[in-house]
Design a protein. Sequence first.
Lengths: 267, 267
Amino acid sequence: MKLKKYLTLTRAGIIEALQFRLSFLVMVIGNLLYLIVVYFLWKAIYASAGTDVVNGMSFTDTLIYLVLATALFNFMEMYTVWEIGRNIQSGKIVLDLLKPMEYRKYLFWSYSGSFVTQFFLTFLPTFIAVAIVTHGAIPLGVNLIYFVLSVVMAVSINYSIDFLVGTICLYTESIWGINIMKQVIVLLLSGATIPIAFFPEPLKTIVHYLPFQSIYNAPLSLLLDGNPATETVLSTLGTQLIWCIIMMVISKLFWKFSLRQITVNGG
Amino acid sequence: MKRKGLRFYAKIYCKILAQDLKSKMSYRADFIISTIGMIFTNIAGFISFWILFRNFPSINGWGYYEMLFLYGFSLVSLTPVQCFFDNNWSLRQHVYTGDFIKYCFRPINTFFYYQSEIFDIKGLGQLAFGLITLIYSWIKIGLGFTPLMLLKMIVFLITASLIMIALQNAAAATCFWIQNSFYVLDLAYRFRDYAKYPITIFSPVFRFIFTFLMPIAFIAYYPSLVILRPDKVPLLSWLSPIIGIAFFWLSYKIWMHGAKNYSGTGS
């Protein structure tokens, strides 16, 4: 019964997303273009480097890593900050707060439909395309299970961070600035722009102590490692789980605290 | 309708600009946060650039400072589109809600009036960042300095800007025909990230596509060759000012064509 009300929101999200078929086409073209640029750029970079493996990553590894990072980004980006910010500005948030469901959950589940559509329409095709282009360089084995587990936790961490940042909009009434700061920090420090293996030393260590690398670097390195040691898997997934809980608690508490301060114009 | 002169338009632009700045100042927190966000974006872009070149000293015969020059060039040339044409981002909402009709009833050029309504100050931070990068790399490469070079630089920077403006206008104008054109605009926006790489890294097919079909190569690569490699400037570089103007004119026509056929929403 409880799950049913959430899945209704998922279904509504799927139907809504399928209304915009043309934008999917444009998005696919955009991603394709990005893949082409990334492919040629890194090919040129590795050709100039003279060696096949740099920092423990070969050209194929880097390509898979970056392409799937983009696919994961498209999959996970829920525009939560925009949604919360716009709801605050328009006053619609008052109506959402009255709903018999926690706002945090309501927002998540009303977006969960796009997870389903994005998975089948962008992530899976990209994954297959990369597997073909790299002639099966993605190891297919037990690592896939770790990858899925890791992605689930990454989604949760990403949502908590988004929700936390969205809550800040209650105070600042600025959306664009807050959102771009979040996006830039997350994309850079999570290894989505450049794999973390390439980071210089002090930065690399710092990044490993931050929650962001759990979003992209953790699932992708689990995926690329065909024969992972149990310790690596456990420590990666464990770190993710810890961050998952920490970020969830912080974002919940911050939201609860902020709700008392809320002032909404009109509505 | 009598054709109004350039002076008339300049006067009107200043008046609208003053109003826009006044309204921006009433949201001071948003302005400050957005500016910081913009600085963040540029710093992050620079950091990823720096990390890349720590691992790989050159890309396809292009050294660190030459790539930095390209990077700075693209930043500076993207400033006008950021500052003066930012209202393109809202065109979709204006058309969708029917607000756009108000622009059609003014006795001045619709395109001019629409674009002049918003001046985005955030772009100035990017300009400063770009100029510093450009001057720094200029000195490091040891290009020397003559008034002629400065003149060339200005002409080709304007050229590059025109191309980017044209791309964005055309992308924004798609909303007159298709709903949810955000993805088209987002696609054009992402071109700016690809502009900072030399076109020679691509295979001939994509070199052709990025030169003639999607003129990304004109945003930084072709124009900057005139300064960077003055002894072997391809014909396309010299032609780029004409191409820039042609593209701009074409995008203006597309935009106006959409605006003229706009029938409102009936409300």
